[in-house]
Design a binder for this molecule. Structure first.
Ligand SMILES: [Ca+2]
Ligand SMILES: [Ca+2]
Length: 377
């Protein structure tokens, strides 16, 4: 049997049903929030699937997209950084860390030349001594009773008057030119052979090694000049020769005014085979001696054998005193007789004096005649 209910009762029933349902729904929501609130307050960790960590969920402020470092800063490429060899050429010199200092004046200053200065010439190994600039007394004094004052026979030449001559500084060979040195010039094609290869007493003299260190002889003025030219030098003037021999004070011999003995010069001593041999003195040699054999006879500048051994050619034409280098006597092309100086091994005591002058034509050559050279610089 179907019980029919009035319409009002049905509406009330429907409304009550809705209210019940809504009430149940509120109860359910209230229970869920209460559970969540309880968990948070008690520190109990929630399952990962139910919570999102705050730091991972956050988006960086103001950055919509964060690129990895490799995306924003590209790494340097190998070619971006130049190698040392690419920027410094191999030939580039290193930069000195310390700038070299220029040499001091004392390192480059020319040594002061004076008495005792000497040097060796490379081409013939000749030693030269220096003669400083200045005045010297040339010729024989009026008080020299032995001085030759006039031309009277022979070829000796007046030595007077004694006078003062100024010379610039110069160099002169310490020794007479030797056979060995002269042979160097012959081998070079710049000098002619001596006219004779023997000496007064020796059959084989020039070219014989035994006499290499002896003075060359049998050479005329031209041969002497040619040798000095080849050696980069020149013949001394008569004034240069005399100053180098006796210094500035007018002394009689290179060593002073003391008489000859056996240690100062090679002259015609007891060994000499000539009639005027001087018996009281023995100098050890009957003919020429090796150059430099008499150190006790050295001149004030150290020149050797300026007295004795061999006569020596000079550049000058023989001419009366006073000496004047500018009067034509030093003209190498002028005709006339050229002077010899110094005295030879073959002459006696008188000829060893430093003021003695002798002479001959320039083509003359003899077994008592040699030479030495000089240099202006
Ligand atoms: Ca002698
Ligand atoms: Ca001499």
């Amino acid at each position: 049997m179907r019980i029919m209910m009035p319409r009002t009762y049905r509406k009330i029933g429907f409304t009550l049903s809705l209210c019940v349902c809504f009430t149940l729904l509120l109860i359910a929501c209230s229970s869920s929030k209460a559970t969540e609130s309880l968990a948070t307050s008690t520190g109990v960790a929630l399952p990962a699937t139910q919570t999102i960590p705050a730091h991972s969920a956050a988006v960086p402020t103001g950055t919509a997209e964060v690129l990895p470092p490799t995306a924003t800063v590209p790494p340097p490429t190998p070619t971006a950084e130049p190698s040392p060899t690419a920027t410094l050429p191999p030939t580039a010199p290193p930069v000195p860390s310390v700038t070299p200092l220029p040499p001091t004046p004392t390192d480059t200053a020319t040594p002061t030349l004076g008495i005792g200065s000497n040097r060796t010439i490379e081409i013939d190994q000749m030693v030269q001594v220096y003669v400083p600039a200045g005045d010297f007394l040339m010729g024989a004094a009026a008080t020299d009773k032995e001085a030759k004052t006039t031309i009277a026979g022979g070829r000796a030449y007046p030595e007077i008057p004694q006078h003062t001559v100024y010379l610039d500084g110069y160099w002169i060979d310490k020794y007479e030119v030797t056979n060995r040195q002269y042979a160097l010039c012959v081998a070079a094609g710049a000098c002619q052979l001596p006219w004779v290869t023997s000496s007064y007493t020796y059959d084989k003299y020039y070219g014989n090694p035994e006499f290499d260190n002896y003075p060359v002889i049998w050479v005329n003025w031209f041969k002497a000049r040619d040798y000095c030219t080849w050696a980069g030098r020149r013949l001394p003037s008569e004034a240069e020769w005399e100053k180098a021999a006796r210094g500035t004070d007018g002394r009689m011999y290179p060593w002073g005014n003391e008489p000859l003995d056996g240690t100062r010069a090679n002259f015609c001593d007891v060994n000499c085979t000539r009639t005027h041999a001087y018996g009281p003195i023995n100098d050890g040699y009957p003919d020429t001696a090796p150059v430099g054999s008499y150190p006790a006879g050295a001149s004030p500048y150290g020149a050797m054998d300026m007295s004795g051994n061999v006569w020596e050619w000079v550049n000058s034409l023989i001419a009366p005193y006073p000496y004047d280098a500018n009067d034509g006597r030093e003209d190498p092309n002028a005709p006339g007789e050229r002077a010899w100086r110094g005295g030879p091994w073959s002459n006696g005591y008188w000829w060893m004096r430093s003021s003695v002058r002798y002479r001959s034509v320039n083509w003359y050559q003899w077994y008592v005649l040699g030479f030495r050279c000089a240099s202006s610089e």
